[in-house]
Design a protein around this ligand. Structure first.
Ligand code: IVH
Length: 705
């Protein structure tokens, strides 16, 4: 008997159908898990579960207490729950030119000490959003978005409605996390937008946004009605090895029932990669879905493991992006925005124009030299053409990056158009705006007295990778900054907010527009919760120029506690002496970052007083070194001579992963010198200083091979 479509069921039929499905799914589960004798194909089983979910989405009141939807994974989310990824979800380094691909190949081979051509895979880079699917004993138990790579959103119920995602796998490892891209085809996107427009709902700018908007729906019923697709291309946690090569792994994912991209091929060396890039680029227009480049990955998984990761990208892969999309439009005006570090950034206000499917009305103009037609060394760019208000300009957009003005059409320049004069005073606070020698950026000198800088610092302070205070985002920060009764002008003010509110009997936050009893209490609780903060987040939150997430975590790992860190920075304030040497010797902290750090935290300045006031109100959690249980954790090691079992780069990466610090020269602080054949002056230094010297084999034995 043909099944009646879900849309055609009445309530009584739906009730009966839910009962039938609950029974059929329970029987299939027993046959599969308890009896090890599956009676039904995976596809039929998936169809039952999907029909059940669709009926529940249409008749939420009929959902059974023993609903099969609730038997694995989390119940439908009330807001999205958070999922900590057991294996981080990384992003990819980008390459735009063929030379960068050759450089990538050289780098990889050098790292591995591999002389011949290396085997890679090449596959399209799907322009969607990544999703991690966790299967336990073959059952889909959790689906999570990438989020910040460490913590994503729980979208399990939604993922279950995507036809390309199997709900059950046969012959899979006990734990298998499959990763890939959720996307929408061009045809489905056009039809969805037409439906949305017809019903007066919001339309989407491009298929990627439509896919993201459809997956991230609190109501899984809506996701079910959107035609999402999924390509599998990677994996996270695995309870057993999955394959020996990237290519085999993809084949295995395919055999398990996933869609894998048919344009995935193996390539011998970087020339072959570039050839496949051209093949994929040639097919781009007729694929029927958006791709924005080609991803190259080292094929051998053992080599991938040796290559490992940088802070947020693997060393064994790169995304070769397609050239950006272009359009011409009129430049209506130039606005100056003042950033967190005082940088004056010119922004082009444009006659709105569609660039690669997205309407663009603002674009960056970088800095004053860029507008004038010069690069940072004074050399002409765009043939030396400057950009003037009223000009016809070319707008360029690549992926998610901010669109930029790339070129100007002098033939269409209006008579009387004047060269743009870049302001030499801050448009926000009127302070002089200076350019330091060698810096392409003009900066407001107002510091904390500049409202624009102060607000941007606050926004950075509460941002996701910093204090991440729930209910206190960019919008609320702007509101509190301007507030008369409960002003927040600096980060420290955030932590006195509750006490100030309590002390003010009349104008309570809870009586404000947009706030109530619950939301104000929630906000104060969220702030209170963040009084305890890990050192790396605190350093990052200070918003010091050149000190991003990676540097903050390096500094935190090196100094361990706020007290150590602050003392060291104070002692380095003369840019000389042992503390300065130590700071600049931290691998990954260059002279520029060190100088910016010491400048920003200079004792006896208003800025530093504010930082001390803030820290006095916090409990800063010390950060442990990278790995504390390895025999070399916390040790300073130096490599010298020729290493025979691995390259210098690999040796360094492994030592660092085990918590050791790798220095370039031997000093009294060195714990261990690993000397290969041909070791020279460093070995002599080590002998003189009484530093222990071992050979490469002894080092490998020490770190466990
Ligand atoms: S591999 C550890 N392969 O691109 C590397 N990523 O820019 C994991 N993406 O976050 C990613 N197509 O969302 C990989 N064939 C592909 C891809 C792909 C699209 C996305 C993915 C990733 C982003 C990085």
């Amino acid at each position: 008997m043909a099944e009646k479509p879900v849309e055609a069921l009445n309530e009584a039929e739906a009730l009966a159908e839910l009962a039938r499905l609950a029974q059929a799914i329970a029987a299939a589960n027993t046959a599969y898990h308890t009896l090890d004798a599956p009676e039904m194909s995976d596809a039929d089983y998936d169809a039952l579960k999907r029909r059940n979910a669709a009926i529940e989405a249409r008749f939420p009141g009929l959902k059974r207490a023993d609903s099969p939807s609730d038997q694995v994974g989390a119940a439908a989310a009330d807001g999205f729950g958070k999922v900590a990824h057991r294996v981080r979800m990384l992003s990819l380094e980008n390459a735009f030119a063929a030379e960068e691909v050759a450089e990538f190949d050289d780098r990889v081979r050098k790292f591995l000490g591999h002389l011949g051509a290396l085997d890679y895979t090449a596959e399209p880079k799907i322009d969607g959003l990544s999703l991690s699917l966790r299967y336990e004993q073959g059952m889909l138990v959790q689906a999570a978005t990438r989020g910040d790579g460490e913590v994503g959103e729980n979208v399990t119920e939604n993922a279950r409605t995507i036809a390309d995602i199997p709900l059950r796998l046969s012959d899979a490892p006990a734990v298998l996390e499959v990763r890939g891209e959720v996307y929408m085809s061009h045809a489905d996107f056009a039809a969805l937008n037409a439906r949305q427009a017809a019903s007066g709902d919001k339309t989407f700018a491009n298929p990627r946004n439509a896919a993201a908007g459809s997956l991230r729906q609190l109501d899984a019923g809506i996701t079910a009605s959107r035609p999402l697709r999924f390509f599998a291309y990677s994996w996270g946690e695995l309870s057993a090895p999955f394959a020996a090569t990237q290519f085999e792994a993809i084949q295995r994912l395919k055999a398990l029932g996933f869609q894998t991209n048919p344009l995935t091929v193996r390539c011998d060396g970087s020339e072959a990669l570039l050839a496949q890039y051209r093949v994929i680029e040639g097919q781009r227009a007729t694929l029927g879905y958006d791709i924005d480049g080609v991803v190259y990955k080292v094929n051998d998984l053992a080599l991938q493991a040796r290559l490992g990761f940088r802070s947020s990208t693997p060393r064994w892969a790169i995304a070769h992006k397609f050239p950006a999309e272009l359009a011409w439009t009129e430049l209506l005006g130039i606005d100056i925005q003042v950033g967190r570090t005082g940088a004056l950034s010119p922004v082009a206000r444009l006659q709105p124009v569609t660039v690669g499917g997205v309407v663009v009305s603002n674009a960056t103009l970088h800095n004053e030299d860029y507008i004038a037609g010069r690069d940072s060394r004074g050399q002409p760019i765009r043939g030396g053409k400057d950009i003037r208000v009223g000009d016809w300009v070319q707008v360029y957009r690549a992926g998610d990056v901010i669109p930029k003005v790339a070129d100007v059409d002098l033939a269409r320049r209006k008579d009387g158009a004047q060269p743009y004069v870049f302001p030499d005073h801050c448009p926000e606070c009127g302070s002089p705006a200076h350019r330091e020698e060698g810096d392409s950026v003009r900066r407001c000198t107002g510091g904390l007295i500049c409202p624009a800088q102060a607000v941007e610092r606050l926004k950075h302070f509460v941002s996701r990778a910093a204090f991440d205070i729930e209910g206190l985002g960019a919008k609320q920060v702007e509101m509190f900054f301007k507030d008369q009764t409960l002003p927040v002008k600096t980060p420290a003010d955030i932590f006195t907010l509750a006490a100030r509110d309590a002390a003010n009997p009349l104008q309570k936050l809870r009586n404000r527009d947009g706030f109530g009893e619950t939301s104000s209490a929630k906000l104060f609780a969220a702030i209170e919760a963040k009084r305890t903060i890990p050192l790396d987040r605190l350093i990052f939150a200070l918003g010091i120029r050149h000190i991003g997430e990676t540097s903050s975590s390096l500094l935190a790992r090196h100094y361990g506690t706020w007290e150590n860190f602050a003392q060291a920075v104070d002692a380095a304030s003369g840019f000389a002496g042992p503390e300065w040497e130590e700071l600049t010797a931290i691998d990954g902290i260059g002279g520029v970052s060190a100088r910016a750090l010491v400048d920003a935290l200079h004792p006896d300045t208003a800025e530093r007083t504010e930082v001390d006031r803030l820290v006095a109100m916090l409990a800063v959690v010390p950060v442990a070194a990278a790995a504390t249980d390895s025999p070399v954790a916390g040790k300073t090691v130096v490599f010298t001579g020729t290493l025979e079992k691995m390259t210098r780069a690999e040796a360094k990466a492994r030592a660092e992963a085990l918590g050791a610090k790798v220095a370039g020269s031997v000093s009294a602080k060195t714990d261990l010198l690993i000397a290969g054949p041909g070791a020279g002056s460093k070995a002599k230094d080590a002998e003189r200083l009484g530093v222990q010297i071992i050979d490469e084999d002894a080092w490998l034995a020490l770190i466990g091979g």
